[in-house]
Design a protein. Structure first.
Ligand code: HEM
Length: 98
């Protein structure tokens, strides 16, 4: 899926989109607008990212954050899992939309 992806750009996009996911969950319109675009781009009719793939995305991100955070705790891990799961659930709601 990422064979033609520019990872310098993708890394920046990832940072921004995680921030947008959090903004959306905080009820900010800017977050919701961005997440709607991401959801459409990842849906079946475009990038076709199957909903079953996202738990690996969450687990990889959480494991990377854990490696970087000397003050990591099980509570922090649960909080990240919960927030990312809620954002991913929002994105995958649009998977089958025409
Ligand atoms: C298993 C999970 C995921 C897969 C396999 C996946 C795959 C991809 C692929 C193949 C691209 C196109 C890259 C290119 O242009 O070469 C892309 C773009 C992008 N992805 Fe994902 N993605 C996943 C999850 C996510 C999530 C959860 C977010 C948001 C938090 C996200 C945000 C983006 C953004 C912002 C772009 C650029 C296009 C756009 O703005 O819509 N991705 N993704």
């Amino acid at each position: 899926m990422f064979k033609n992806t520019d990872f310098t750009k993708q890394k920046q996009l990832l940072m921004t989109s995680v921030a947008m996911m959090i903004s959306h969950l905080e009820g900010k319109a800017s977050g919701t607008i961005t997440l709607n675009r991401i959801a459409e781009n990842h849906s079946k009719k475009k990038l076709n990212i199957h909903p079953s793939l996202y738990q690996s995305w969450i687990d990889s991100l959480v494991s990377a954050a854990k490696e970087c955070d000397a003050k990591w705790t099980p509570d922090i891990e649960r909080a990240w899992q919960k927030v990312l799961r809620a954002g991913v659930d929002y994105i995958t709601q649009s998977y089958d939309k025409p």
